[in-house]
Design a binder for this molecule. Structure first.
Ligand SMILES: NC(=O)c1ccc[n+]([C@@H]2O[C@H](COP(=O)([O-])OP(=O)(O)OC[C@H]3O[C@@H](n4cnc5c(N)ncnc54)[C@H](OP(=O)(O)O)[C@@H]3O)[C@@H](O)[C@H]2O)c1
Length: 338
């Protein structure tokens, strides 16, 4: 099997650092590897697999000889650099939203719609974090009973907005505890001891871009009919790591909570944590640093026919970004799609 030359773009960021950890944990095969970031970080050192590497500025030429790029450097960087990398023969796996809804770009969750990878023309997109964790839960239920409609409410950790957002929660909380004033920059409202019902900008329909990502990306990944109705409310909460989601799903076919539980207990990448009599259900603290999507509170939905309500929690940096990026790279290597 051919081993690729790998470049990690955005290696100094929240997602990039986690990608480095998982590449090493999973022993992803490579021939050569390099780490790219902005000019600000060029020359700094990073450790990988016990060796020191120098961060290189992400110029177009930096992609010469690279076969697979694992990119988490934001949308504008990807819009500029993905075509440069692809022109030089690389497969560009992107964490930003820049190409996700492009019809020529597969949007893939490993283990859910792997076959879509075969249709790539150089760029492969990693879904938004709140969509990602949901897909591993929905796919096996959809295969059994077919999704008709769905309402999702998210409770999203600040790490989903990068390093600066993590620092803002920490500093805002300290200032609040010490009775000092604090100027929020990353969020529109103070995030300490608060919840903010806005993630990303508002669209014309009154929903935010983050909310519409859940609607549109879910349909693309699960190949749902265009008119499948999915609504989301996305909320930022003062949690460092781990997104939580309350999900209400209506299915075409009858499905009992017992059957849903059985399906999810056998689903790849999912762990059921659901024993309310003993107060057992997943929380973001349980999920931080872990790979599975945890599901609990599985019950009959009281609004929808053939409805199931559930609660799911996952590490947004892992399954929501870095882990799926690395899994996609592993699939590309396994399927020799580079
Ligand atoms: N955090 C999440 O849960 C999550 C989930 C899904 C997707 N994503 C996406 O992943 C991307 C990165 O997110 P993050 O949370 O890791 O952000 P972050 O912590 O702010 O890190 C951003 C990274 O991008 C690099 N970068 C910025 N501008 C660049 C440029 N012009 N050229 C090259 N590199 C540049 C930065 O390098 P310097 O350090 O040199 O500035 C840094 O390595 C974003 O597109 C985000 O939407 C994040």
């Amino acid at each position: 099997m051919r081993k690729p030359n790998i470049a990690v773009l955005g290696a100094t960021g929240v997602v990039g650092r986690e990608i480095l950890k998982i590449l090493s944990e999973d022993k992803v095969p490579y021939n050569e590897i390099k780490f790219l970031a902005s000019s600000k970080s060029a020359g700094k050192k990073t450790k990988f697999d016990g060796k020191d590497y120098t961060i290189i500025e992400a110029t177009p030429e930096a992609f010469e000889g690279v076969n697979i790029v694992l990119a988490s450097a934001g949308g504008s960087t990807s819009l500029k650099l993905a075509p440069e990398a692809v022109k030089r023969g690389a497969v560009y796996i992107d964490n930003s939203s820049a190409f996700r809804m492009d019809k020529d770009v597969p949007l893939v969750i490993a283990g859910v719609n792997d076959d879509d990878l075969k249709k790539h023309h150089g760029i492969i997109a990693n879904p938004n974090c709140s969509t990602s964790q949901l897909m591993l839960v929905l796919k096996p239920l959809h295969d059994y009973a077919k999704i008709k409609r769905m309402v999702v409410s998210t409770y999203q950790a600040v790490s989903g907005a990068g390093l600066a957002a993590i620092n803002e929660l920490r500093q805002n909380t300290i200032a609040e505890n010490e009775g000092k004033s604090f100027e929020n920059v990353k969020f529109k409202k103070p995030i300490a001891y608060n919840v903010i019902p806005q993630i990303d900008v508002f669209c014309d329909n009154g929903y935010t871009k983050e909310e519409m990502k859940v609607t549109n990306e879910t349909k693309k990944i699960l190949h749902l009919d265009d008119d499948t109705r999915i609504a989301c409310t996305a909320v930022r909460v003062p949690v460092f790591h781990g997104h939580s989601e309350a999900v209400n799903i209506e299915f075409e076919k009858e499905i009992t909570p017992e059957k849903a539980r059985e399906i999810l207990e056998n689903a790849w990448g999912v762990e059921v944590v659901d024993d309310i009599e003993n107060y057992v259900y997943p929380t973001p603290r349980d999920a931080a640093g872990k790979n599975p999507v945890y599901v609990g509170r599985i019950r009959k939905d009281l609004v929808f026919d053939n409805g199931i309500a559930l609660w799911c929690v996952a590490d947004n940096i892992r399954i929501g970004a870095a882990l799926n990026t690395v899994r996609l790279a592993e699939k590309v290597i396994e399927m020799q799609l580079f």
